[in-house]
Design a protein around this ligand. Sequence first.
Ligand code: ZN
Length: 230
Amino acid sequence: MSELSTTKEAGHLESACYICGGQGADSRDHVIPNCFFKSSRPANLLTLRAHYTCHNRFDEEYARCILSGLGSGGSIVAQDLWNSETKRSFERNGSLRNSVRTSLLRKIDLISPAGLIIDQTPAIRIERDRFYPLMRKIVQGMYFHHTGELLPPNFRSAWNLNALLELSGDRRQMLEASRFGLVYPDIFGCRYLVITEESANASVWWPCFYRDVVLRCYVPPRHLWSPLAL
Ligand SMILES: [Zn+2]
């Protein structure tokens, strides 16, 4: 590749929107939403170029309510968010309150007196269509940040909302082989593993919110994506 085409390629990515992959990104997006932090935000928050219309459509408030609720047992920041911002969200929006309470009530059923989660089934009945689009966007941001390549918006993803329950066998080996990605102490951390087979990438992402809310996202290689994938 000539120097000119390398420059052109870099320029192409520079104006691309990391969410839809299209050109002409007109703003920058916080990959980890601002509202996930308390007022003291780190100065180095990751932002990437995106169309305003692409990054403005996620339900960050709903995701923050769920994650701060799940994390409030082990994280002071999550507890603070739950008692301030989340409470205010609930006061403004009764249907949001009911939806989140219904989801988190089940969490209580699943916790044993010793504080261990005893149920192996998906623990929380969240509204998937409100929650996972934002999580997928975060994976796209991590993917671009750590590999330098765009993950197209139709990528296939398989999620576990409570990855700490599945850390045996192959899954444990994968996690042990993974690398540390972006970290904002107490708020967000990520480990990831990119596996290249026959020039196709598969990857696994473990985003962690508020110290112990760990999700797992498996992204299969492109030839396994279906047109209808979430
Ligand atoms: Zn876009």
